[in-house]
Design a protein around this ligand. Structure first.
Ligand code: HEC
Length: 200
């Protein structure tokens, strides 16, 4: 009998094990390599205290897409959040978004659905100033957002209406902080069709 080595299961096992090992090393390298980009306070993701600042969205000709621009102080709910307070508030906002399954209808950073508007840059949406502030009578964008989140069925602007999810004021404020922080993330122009928001 003349068995070639390719008939030996040990040959295939060794191949599978070494290929897996090489891929693990590459995956490990890529993970460590991108951590500095995706961590809050890194090159693409601002520190949580960015919620104390004015955020705008401006066209960058070199990149050929809009980039978040972090400006001077612009307090959220009239408060200044230190690093720990900002982290805790945004963590709570994320928890609200996860537990209430907002991604069943909305998209965040590429995850979710397109039944309802993409929320990645929602903080920068001119509609807060042009539509929801007049409709709710709120004096600031964040107050209009809280009022909308607590009673979305009262302030419809779109062809589809958001149902009242019975979100408490504290939860709504945390969601707004999360959305403000998220809007300052450099998403390489995603979502591409987001309007050129001008700041009030
Ligand atoms: C059943 C689907 C559905 C779910 C679930 C849902 N929404 Fe909405 N949401 C909508 C629709 C539809 C609109 C558009 C409403 C309008 O403009 O009148 C909307 C609008 C919004 C807006 C305004 C977006 C903009 O910039 O125009 C925000 C912010 C928002 N939703 C946040 C949330 C959050 C946070 C959650 C989870 C707690 C959530 N939504 C869950 C359907 C949904």
């Amino acid at each position: 009998m003349n068995h070639s080595h390719t008939a030996d299961p040990a040959f295939w096992r060794a191949g599978a094990i070494s290929a897996t090992a090489v891929m693990l090393v590459i995956l490990g390298f890529l993970t460590v390599n991108s951590l500095s980009d995706i961590t809050a306070g890194g090159s693409h993701v601002p520190a949580y205290t960015v919620i104390n600042h004015r955020i705008s969205y401006q066209y960058d000709p070199a990149r050929d897409h809009d980039m978040p621009v972090i400006g001077g102080q612009q307090l959220l709910f009239g408060k200044h959040y230190d690093a720990e307070q900002a982290r805790a508030l945004i963590a709570r906002g994320k928890l609200v978004i996860q537990t209430r399954a907002c991604i069943d209808c909305h998209t965040f950073l590429g995850n979710g659905a397109y039944f309802a508007p993409d929320l990645t840059k929602s903080w920068l949406d001119p509609a807060w100033r042009l539509q929801w502030m007049p409709m709710t009578g709120a004096k600031t964008r964040e107050d209009a957002m809280v009022e909308f989140l607590m009673h979305p069925d009262r302030y419809p602007t779109w062809s589809r209406e958001m149902p009242d999810l019975h979100i408490s004021r504290d939860s709504a404020e945390a969601v707004v902080a999360y959305l403000k922080w998220m809007s300052a993330i450099n998403t390489n122009g995603f979502p591409a069709n987001f309007g050129h928001a001008s700041q009030p």
